[in-house]
Design a protein around this ligand. Structure first.
Ligand SMILES: Nc1ncnc2c1ncn2[C@@H]1O[C@H](COP(=O)(O)OP(=O)(O)OP(=O)(O)O)[C@@H](O)[C@H]1O
Ligand SMILES: [Mg+2]
Length: 249
């Protein structure tokens, strides 16, 4: 559905952020994109919907090169929730924040779609409020609702769980599961790998500009393999389990 082929990207000539990155997000897949801070996860997300364009290489959507497509064509298929809600929110009410995306895509039944999207994140009662009158975590849910409401076949969520409380985390999990059931292609970025492990059916890891792991969850993939591939320090719980295994073996 969405393919990166040998995609390289630099913000500055002296620093290559992505170096010949290749992966394919198949129909119906739900992918965890992991990697250290600064490994290029958000860059991948922004390349996917045309906010950024590759320095080299090709991104294909439904087998068509996106270099030949304007951003308004790409976003019909790829919706993105940015890492920081402040980079995404432009409107003066929560309802309008959902509406602006629907209008951009020319979708009908706008009011019903806004209500449905806000129901998904339990925020229908805040539709008329200014986004900045909401808690930061609720603003994140507004950007999630706006992204999901666009009904695109590909949805990319950049750190959707950061800053959320337990009840809000359950809401995001519910939304992701629902998108999976609908057969949408989902990719989410998460630095807490253990917390999000159960949500994904495949994992891609970025390290030093390259894809160092790209595997489905079947076949015994472990979080430790992901930590290793990403040069990530395993959390204390994983270290403790490993040393227990050594003691008992
Ligand atoms: N607008 C920008 N201009 C210049 N450099 C940038 C810009 N955005 C990101 N970078 C740099 O590109 C690299 C990759 O950044 P990116 O935000 O994609 O990483 P990330 O994996 O999402 O990190 P994090 O886990 O901190 O969110 C980093 O070195 C970052 O400093
Ligand atoms: Mg990021």
């Amino acid at each position: 559905m969405l393919t990166f082929e040998n995609v390289s990207f630099s913000y500055r000539p002296d620093h290559t952020v992505l170096n010949q990155v290749t992966f394919d997000l198949p129909a119906g897949s739900c992918t965890l994109l992991a990697g250290r801070n600064g490994s290029g996860k958000s860059t991948v997300v922004q390349l996917s919907n045309g906010l950024l364009r590759p320095t080299f290489g090709e991104i294909r959507l439904r087998s068509k090169a996106t270099s030949a497509m304007a951003m308004h064509e790409i976003v019909r298929d790829v919706a993105v929730m940015l890492q920081h809600p402040g980079d995404q929110i432009t409107e003066r009410t929560v309802g309008r924040e959902i509406k602006v995306g629907l209008d951009a895509l020319g979708l009908d039944r706008t009011e019903a779609r806004i209500t449905a999207a806000l129901q998904l994140v339990d925020l229908t009662h805040r539709a008329s409020d200014h986004p900045y009158d909401l808690e930061p975590s609720q603003r994140k849910l507004v950007t999630l609702a706006a992204t999901v409401a666009m009904q695109t076949s590909v949805v990319m969520l950049d750190e959707p769980l950061v800053g959320l409380g337990p009840a809000e985390i359950r809401i995001v999990e519910r939304v992701v599961q629902r998108m999976r059931q609908e057969g949408r292609v989902v990719l989410f970025v998460a630095h807490d790998i253990l917390q999000t492990w159960h949500l994904a059916d495949r994992v891609i890891v970025l390290h030093q500009g390259r894809v160092t792991l790209d595997r489905t969850m079947t076949g015994g993939l472990t979080p430790s393999a992901v930590f290793d591939a990403g040069g990530l320090p395993p959390p204390a719980s994983v270290r403790a389990a490993a040393s227990l295994a050594t003691l008992t073996s």
